[in-house]
Design a protein around this ligand. Structure first.
Ligand SMILES: [Zn+2]
Length: 163
């Protein structure tokens, strides 16, 4: 792909126990084909959603400063907010040690919601554990109301989410 790739591969072939620190974006781009990506609200610190980035989504996010995903259900590159206007502007982008997961801190345009069912966070339900689980099995909604009506924004578009 590029000179860094070639150098890395030939080094690996001749010295298989050697580990090489990856310190450039080009080297990161050699990473896995599909990486899970967490989004965290830059202000509140709330975890907003989990999506997946393929190589193209990774590169577009780096180049534009806005979050792109690979939609596994639609099998297409997905610019978050293209339909809804709820664009995720990236404040900070990190990659983990073995380069198979990405973490973004984002500011969300519009109503500030990231979840396509209308909540700010996709993680809007808490599962009771331990003593709370013994007391009851009901999921606890952590957001009191939706920030928008999904049917007004997405209309009849197919929605794989079962609620
Ligand atoms: Zn969601």
């Amino acid at each position: 792909m590029n000179s860094n790739t070639d150098t890395s591969r030939s080094t690996w072939a001749s010295a298989p126990v050697a580990l090489h620190a990856r310190t450039t974006v080009e080297q990161v781009e050699e990473g896995p084909e599909l990486a899970p990506k967490f989004d965290q609200d830059a202000d509140s610190g709330d975890v907003l959603m989990l999506g997946y980035m393929n190589h193209e989504a990774f590169v577009k996010t780096v180049q534009t400063g806005e979050a792109y995903y690979w939609s596994r259900s639609r099998k297409t590159l997905w610019h978050k907010g293209a339909t809804s206007g709820l664009v995720q502007v990236v404040e900070e982008m990190r990659i983990d040690d073995d380069q198979d997961a990405v973490w973004l801190r984002v500011r969300v345009s519009g109503s500030g919601a990231s979840c396509h069912v209308g909540y700010r966070s996709c993680f809007y339900r808490r599962i009771p554990v331990g003593k709370e689980h013994e007391a009851g099995k009901e999921l606890v909604f952590t957001e009191s109301s939706k920030t928008f009506d999904p049917s007004l924004i997405y209309g009849d578009a197919p929605n794989p989410t079962l609620l």
